[in-house]
Design a protein. Structure first.
Lengths: 113, 114
């Protein structure tokens, strides 16, 4: 089945450590996205990528980094510079062109202590 | 600048009744799309319905319909015959055509009562 996988579902890290969240899609979508969601809040865009080897900062990119070396993969690294990294992280993809909705992965809940 | 506003943080509805979730948006671009997503407690985002800015008719998908009032810049979601499984967070989102950036509202938490 086509879809988006994020692993792991739950992730625990100590403060000061970098951590990488995985996102893979087999939908053949060009565009991929990372969102952060805090309890009771909406989705805030961290980074997005329209094409391989290209990505743009979203609204809250500070303390995060991404890469897009393959069409299927868009990993997100939460660095030690991110002040409040504990959150729910959602990866999404969409075809290019209009109109298309985004398809979401199941999310990764990151807890940093 | 693009903006989505959902003014209802929480809503209750009796099972089998209809409910309307409000969404207003702001954009200066004439070409855009509006989306509604459902987020159950499991966390995944489920796409429900889409409305294009040039669509003449309101979108419908099963028990979901979108009340699109372009002049008022509103795109309210109507859920008919509510079910207990409809209890979830609901997000309204918008994307201007030609861009790849989706803007989300803060969501409405719907609780369906038995």
């Amino acid at each position: 089945d086509g879809g988006i996988t994020q692993s792991p579902k739950y992730l625990f890290r100590k403060e000061g450590q970098n951590v990488t969240l995985s996102c893979e899609q087999n939908l053949n979508h060009d565009a991929m996205y990372w969102y952060r969601q805090d309890p009771g809040q909406g989705l805030r865009l961290i980074y997005y990528s329209q094409i391989v080897n290209d990505f743009q900062k979203g609204d809250i990119a500070e303390g995060y980094s991404v890469s897009r070396e393959k069409k299927e993969s868009f990993p997100l690294t939460v660095t030690s510079a991110q002040k409040n990294p504990t959150a729910f992280y959602l990866c999404a993809s969409s075809p290019t062109g209009d109109p298309y909705e985004q398809y979401f992965g199941p999310g990764t809940r990151l807890t940093v202590t | 600048a693009q903006k989505i506003t959902q003014t209802q943080p929480g809503m209750f509805v009796q099972e089998k009744e209809a409910v309307t979730l409000d969404c207003t948006y702001d954009t200066s671009d004439p070409s855009y799309g509006l989306f509604w997503y459902k987020q159950p407690s499991s966390g995944e985002m489920i796409f429900l319905i889409y409305q294009g800015s040039y669509d003449q008719q309101n979108a419908t998908e099963g028990r979901y319909s979108l009340n699109f009032q372009k002049a008022r810049k509103s795109a309210n979601l109507v859920i008919s015959a509510s079910q207990l499984g409809d209890s979830a967070m609901y997000f309204c989102a918008m994307r201007e055509w030609g861009t790849y950036k989706y803007i989300f509202g803060t969501g409405t938490r719907l609780k369906v009562l038995a």
